[in-house]
Design a protein around this ligand. Structure first.
Ligand code: ATP
Ligand code: MG
Length: 419
């Protein structure tokens, strides 16, 4: 993509009403636009990042048998009433102008919708287990929407639901999801800590959060200094603990961001909505269910909180909007009657693109070198390539990694190899 064509621009200042680093940098870099408190548009650069996160998640969900689907954002009252979740304060209600009562809530979680769908297809133990997921916008009434994309009123979530005949089978799948989650966060450049959490419907035994350490995190977790066991504050308080329950070592208090969580819902939803199956002996039983969430937009914001410096974002390799930002300097220079440096930069851009390397090409004529460098640092692609009078004279380009200081001169013929 050519920067001269990109309709968004970087900004020198973030809006005064944004406190969070993630929002400041994402807005300044032209990744997102703040429409309202807690409501953001994903601009072309930001949408690329979000889609990279989505693709990583898809790959890992498909690998554990998750079947992707897409459910409505408008959820009718009849779905939520049986579980007692219709009236909860978390919802935004979609109220038609001429009707007194809202009959729809904007989806903030989809257990009821998918469980109801499943009642039409699941009847026998032979139909189980299965799991299905979607990647979709969720809407939640979040009074404290002030952490940028960490806490939106509207945000992107992956929600997976699994359906089993017995708890034992759910427990096994739970571990598969746990492992898949670790792969997802690692591929996205984040170290997530598997943390025991309260809030399970029937038991706290199998409810966990994935927490990324960060001072801007709204959660407090306790981690064992020795064995790494972690639990959230609610559990530590409830159990009145002052040392690790596994190895009795000292535990440390840390702030963290919850990027994902996994729940054992037991038969809460299946019983309320009549999702039953017939077992081998002909007995009818409620289906045992698990639910597993990841906030994609929160994950993206977390990556920014964890990976940035005073100049801008330092994207983890796999979720960067582009692998490299190519900067052309001295473009106007005429050599032997031609704009040869510009021609050279165009050629490099085309060759890299042809080879499938994603490049953001700063071909803008009206920008000073300092501005181009500042923009590359702000946007945060892993590699910066510069073509200039100096590099042209040496048949080379200058390469710099966003997270390193050193500059290297690379021969034109070696670029692909070096990247
Ligand atoms: P929190 O305790 O932070 O409010 P939650 O327990 O309500 O999170 P879930 O309902 O389980 O979260 O949602 C699954 C995932 O969706 C969370 O782990 C988080 O990554 C993300 N998420 C939840 N609420 C928001 C929000 N308001 N904005 C962005 N992401 C969110
Ligand atoms: Mg919440």
């Amino acid at each position: 993509m050519k920067l001269s064509q990109l309709f968004t621009k970087t900004l020198r200042e973030a809006p005064a009403d944004e406190e969070a680093i993630n929002a400041k940098l994402l807005i300044r870099g032209g990744f997102v636009f703040k429409n309202s408190a807690g409501v953001y548009s994903f601009l072309p650069l930001g949408w690329r990042v979000l889609n990279k996160v989505a693709d990583i998640i898809r790959g890992e969900m498909n690998a554990i048998g998750g079947q992707e689907l897409f459910m409505p954002a408008l959820i009718e009252k009849k779905y939520m009433e049986p579980t007692g979740r219709w009236d909860l304060d978390v919802g935004y209600f979609a109220k038609p102008k001429n009707e007194k009562e809202a009959e729809f809530v904007l989806g903030w979680s989809h257990e009821e919708v998918l469980t109801t769908i499943a009642t039409k297809f699941i009847g026998s133990y032979k139909d189980l287990p299965f799991s299905a997921y979607q990647i979709q916008t969720k809407f939640r009434h979040e009074p404290r929407a002030k952490s940028g994309l960490l806490r939106g009123r509207e945000f992107m979530m992956k929600d997976l639901y699994s359906f089993h005949t017995i708890q034992d089978d759910l427990d096994k799948y739970y571990i598969e999801v746990k492992n898949a989650y670790h792969k997802i966060f690692e591929r996205c450049g984040l170290k997530a800590i598997y943390t025991l959490a309260a809030g399970g419907v029937f038991t706290d035994k199998f409810t966990h959060e994935f927490q990324v350490l960060s001072d801007v995190g709204e959660d407090i977790i306790y981690i064992c200094d020795k064995c790494g066991y972690a639990e959230n504050k609610e559990i530590t308080k409830r159990k009145n603990r002052d040392k690790c329950p596994k190895c009795s070592s000292k535990i440390s208090e840390k702030k963290a961001i919850e990027v994902g969580n996994i729940f054992n819902n037991g038969t809460k939803y299946s019983e309320a909505l009549g999702l039953e199956f017939t077992d081998e002996k002909g007995n009818k039983k409620p289906v045992v269910m698990g639910a597993y969430g990841i906030g994609l937009s929160r994950l993206m914001a977390t990556a920014v909180e964890v990976h940035h410096d005073d100049k801008g974002i330092i994207w983890p390799e796999n979720i960067a909007p582009f692998k490299a930002q190519l900067i052309a300097l001295d473009q106007q220079q005429i050599i032997n009657g031609e704009r040869q440096i510009k021609k050279e930069a165009d050629k490099i851009y085309e060759e890299l693109t042809k080879k499938g390397i994603e490049v953001l090409y700063d071909d803008r004529d009206n920008k000073a070198p300092g501005e181009k460098f500042a923009d590359a640092d702000l946007i945060g692609c892993p590699i910066r390539l510069v073509v200039s009078k100096k590099t042209f004279a040496q048949d080379s380009v200058e390469l710099k990694h966003r997270n390193k200081k050193e500059l290297e001169l690379i021969k034109l013929s070696e670029i692909i190899k070096s990247i």
